[in-house]
Design a protein around this ligand. Structure first.
Ligand code: ADP
Ligand code: MG
Ligand code: MG
Length: 870
């Protein structure tokens, strides 16, 4: 027969899957001999059975009865006993912590009869009635579906009528009155009246906890955190201990280290004369844990030694719930405590220092996401703030600035030295100048991989996308939130790209010392030391290289300071923006070879100068330069913005229904004579110039959107021809390599053939994802992808985290074929995924040589590459 119920003294923290986190750690504490009230755990099997069949397994009732009897013996009192009743708590607890998502009911077992027994035994009628009213309320809310406000309002009314200041000051007769009112509320608004039979209370409470697994908020939480819906929760039934039994009693929470900073010490809150729920709900102000020493020194010292013991045992920061009943300490819960990113690094490094874990383990305990948060400025946590609305946390960082509604206004105000937040319904490529000028970006539409999000992350700007409540009206230069205030252009807002919160007015910002340290500044402090230690260890163990995506010397130099080992992607089209756009337009509109050649000739020196600067900034490190990729008509103005007949004609001629799959990448290189030659010449001449001034560089020329080996062979021979010419002109040859960007399924599948012409491959996982899924990122992210995520059809966006099964399989195939055809071939990845922690892990496993990401993600990639290697 399956054991659906397990005593606390029969289990350990290794059994989280079956006992849930809370139950497993309670069992562990019993094993350690800590003072834990006795109890038992109904296993997660029961919840899974309940999910599958709509009811718990039939054997459960008798197994619970047997364990209640055992519990009665251990506690020395009986459930429902009229003179000395046993009361229990019924507590949820899944294997994965889901704080605040599921239900717990305290004081189960009280009724009209046992409440008198409890009063007589303790000699404290007030306490007994206080416990009873708590039970009726919690039971009513969580089991019988009574709206929470009703009890709260009744309590407030009574506190007012009696003229006492707080609920703890209510007299026994007042509490009796309160219980009666609560019982009436329950009859009027509950699914049924409050049950007087203790065993029925217990069964219904267990049922309610099982049901809470499937509540709307629990589902939403799981979706958000990628937790499977079929894990199920355990239910813990535990003898009550009473923190509300007078002034020598109380309840609290404690942390073995500061969960905000990681510093060693005793942190937490204590609330005298209260049950556990009061501490978190904030009904009364708790006192700092240190004050407990003055209130009850013996209990304090006992607690302190338990805390030290737990920390030594778990070799990590622990968070503890405890209750003191008339001077006696009881431990009700422990777990490895949640912490801020700063605390995570501090604690991991300190534990290494203290000799309790090694550096590999320390690296496992921090993450690239945490490091990313530490690299961005953040709002001063203590500062007051007024929330305006929320959106998707698209690019972390805290930004304060004046609202502007278009790129031009952003540029103009920024030129005056003002900090601005660019607010758009969504952004487009032409908003780039405004995005560059802004400290933060806020959009009403789009998600984490919308244009705004991708560009903002690349630029290191704070960004919130898809703030759906926001009605942006650029024409009247204002925005509103339904039912909220009107925000005009020039008003101050503060946005937190790490949380997605938009605040009215200015919230004070604190800069990131960690970012300054990475950037080479001489800053010090415990946190910087901790981060440095772990990142150095990551560098020492990782086999995956880290390059950066950079198109200019400034970004390249920053990335090198941040640890980049080369450029994995220089997008040459970014060199054609701004005033150079007109040169590209001349090229597009050219009617004759002569006109075209003249336009190309004008572009050449500009490109050459760019590359020279880039090579200087990279100082001998590898530089991969991609030939121009986007369709050329992207460089023309929009139809509505021009009256120039020539431009309009060109727009009509070049119109494509599906530009993503149109004339771009290598197709463009083949279709527009002179383009590849100009770019190659600029690259090689710049490399030669760099070499003759004492520098070293072997540029890697990358051909985008290759589908077939013949395309690459064709462009390659043109490149070789130019190289030969330049060598003759310059009197010496310049070393370079030619490679392909692998971003079409066909390229991946025929990687062996393409590899015959390629010295290296770089996986362009953005396009490879689009073309593998047949999903246009810009068109589907806010619609199809978001909807699929909501419905659970997708667990995560393939544009954010590499789709291992599909796109990943293509990558693996290509790696295998490429290495078989050309063993020394260089293999990297340069899509957005190169900066995504989980994807980095995959790329390391797939055996790539490096990932390339935006400069700001370089430290994150270093850390994650290290984590992937241990
Ligand atoms: P959560 O998972 O929301 O923290 P818990 O099951 O831990 O819910 O219970 C909520 C509160 O009730 C906790 O503060 C805990 O200390 C208190 N509590 C739970 N069981 C008991 C008990 N047997 N005796 C006294 N207090 C309890
Ligand atoms: Mg708890
Ligand atoms: Mg691409």
């Amino acid at each position: 027969m399956t054991d659906y119920v397990r005593n606390f003294n029969d289990g350990s923290s290794a059994e989280r899957d079956i006992l849930g986190g809370k139950g497993a750690d309670l069992a562990e504490m019993v094993r350690l001999g800590l003072p834990v009230p006795p109890g038992f755990t109904i296993t997660t099997d029961v919840c899974r059975h309940h999910l599958a069949h709509g009811a718990p397994p039939p054997e459960l009732a008798s197994q619970v009865a047997r364990h209640v009897a055992l519990l009665e013996r251990a506690a020395g009192r009986a459930f429902g006993d009229a003179d000395d009743p046993l009361l229990v708590s019924v507590r949820s607890g899944a294997a994965v912590s889901m704080p605040g998502m599921m239900d717990t009911v305290l004081d189960v077992g009280l009724n009209e009869e046992t409440v008198r027994g409890l009063a007589a035994r303790t000699g404290d009628e007030r306490f007994a009635l206080d416990s009873y009213r708590r039970l009726v309320q919690m039971f009513g809310e969580t089991v019988l579906g009574v709206p929470q406000e009703l009890y709260g309002a009744a309590l407030d009314d009574l506190v007012r009528e009696t003229g006492v200041g707080r609920d703890v000051d209510l007299s026994a007769p007042s509490l009796r009155l309160l219980v009666d009112r609560f019982l009436e509320i329950t009859v009027a608004h509950g699914d049924r009246p409050f049950p007087q039979d203790p065993r029925e209370q217990l069964d219904l409470a267990v049922r309610a906890v099982l049901d809470s697994w499937s509540s709307e908020r629990a589902r939403l939480y799981r979706r958000h955190h990628g937790i499977a819906d079929d894990l199920g929760t355990a239910v813990n039934v535990q003898a009550m201990v009473f923190g509300n039994l007078g002034p020598r009693s109380g309840a609290g929470v404690a942390f073995t280290r500061d969960p905000a900073t990681g510093q060693l010490g005793l942190y937490g809150d204590y609330l005298p004369n209260a049950q556990g729920e009061d501490v978190v709900s904030g009904v009364r102000d708790a006192v700092p844990l240190a004050r407990l020493r003055e209130l009850d020194e013996a209990a304090f010292l006992r607690l302190r030694s338990v805390m030290h013991g737990l920390e030594r045992h778990y070799r990590d920061m622990c968070d503890i719930e405890f209750t003191i009943e008339q001077g006696r300490l009881w431990i009700l819960q422990t777990r490895v405590g949640k912490r801020t990113p700063a605390a995570a690094f501090q604690i991991a490094a300190d534990l290494v220092e203290e000799g309790s874990i090694d550096l590999d383990e320390a690296l496992r305990r921090v993450s690239g996401d945490q490091l990313a948060q530490l690299l961005h400025p953040s709002f001063d946590p203590g500062a007051p703030r007024t929330l305006l609305t929320r959106g998707v946390a698209a690019s972390p960082g805290a930004a304060v600035g004046r609202v502007v509604f278009d790129s031009a206004a952003a540029v103009a105000r920024a030129a005056q030295g003002e900090a601005v937040v660019l607010v758009r319904r969504e952004t487009r490529p032409e908003d780039l100048p405004g995005m560059l000028a802004a400290t933060g970006i806020l959009t009403a539409r789009g998600g984490k991989t919308s244009h705004a999000a991708v560009v903002a992350r690349g630029l290191g700007r704070a960004c919130i996308c898809g703030a759906g409540d926001l009605d942006v009206d650029p024409d009247s230069r204002r925005m509103t939130v339904r039912g909220g205030p009107v925000v005009q252009e020039g008003d101050l807002v503060s946005i937190d790209g790490g949380t997605g919160e938009v605040f009215l007015g200015e919230v004070p910002v604190a800069g990131s010392v960690v970012a300054r340290w990475f950037d080479g500044e001489a800053v010090d402090g415990d946190l910087v030391d901790a981060v440095a230690r772990l990142v150095r260890h990551a560098d020492a163990v990782r086999t995956l290289g880290v390059r950066t995506n950079a198109d200019n010397a400034e970004d390249a130099a920053r990335a090198v300071r941040l640890g980049a080992e080369g450029i994995g992607l220089c997008r040459t089209e970014h060199m054609f923006l701004g005033e150079r756009r007109t040169l590209v337009q001349r090229l597009i509109l050219a009617d004759s070879d002569a006109e075209r050649d003249a336009a190309l000739a004008d572009l050449l020196p500009l490109q050459r100068a760019d590359f020279r600067e880039l090579f200087a900034a990279m100082d001998g490190k590898p530089v991969t330069i991609r030939l121009i990729d986007p369709p050329l008509h992207e460089f023309l103005p929009a139809e509505r913005d021009t009256e120039d007949e020539r431009v309009l004609a060109a727009l009509r001629r070049m119109h494509e229904d599906n530009p993503m799959l149109g004339l771009r990448g290598v197709r463009l290189a083949i279709a527009v004579p002179g383009l590849v030659a100009m770019q190659t010449r600029a690259i090689l001449e710049a490399a030669d110039d760099h070499g003759s001034s004492g520098g070293v560089v072997e540029p890697e020329i990358m051909v985008p959107l290759v589908a077939t080996a013949a395309e690459l062979a064709s462009v390659r021979s043109e490149i070789e021809h130019v190289a030969d010419t330049v060598a003759v002109e310059r009197g010496r040859s310049v070393a370079y390599r030619v490679g392909a960007m692998v971003e079409l399924p066909r390229a991946a599948l025929t990687a062996d053939r393409i590899a015959e012409h390629a010295a290296f491959f770089s996986f362009g996982t953005n396009d490879l994802t689009q073309t593998t899924w047949g999903l246009s990122r810009d068109d589907t992210e806010a619609t199809v992808v978001r909807r699929y995520l909501d419905l659970g059809i997708l667990a995560r966006s393939p544009f954010e985290t590499i789709d291992v099964d599909g796109v990943g399989a293509l990558v693996r195939t290509a790696v295998e074929k490429a290495r078989a055809a050309r063993p020394g071939i260089g293999l990297g990845v340069c899509g957005e995924h190169g900066g995504d922690p989980e994807s980095i892990r995959f790329f390391a496993q797939a055996g790539l040589d490096y990932v390339s990401c935006s400069p700001f993600r370089v430290p994150v990639a270093r850390l994650e590459a290290g984590r992937a290697a241990i």
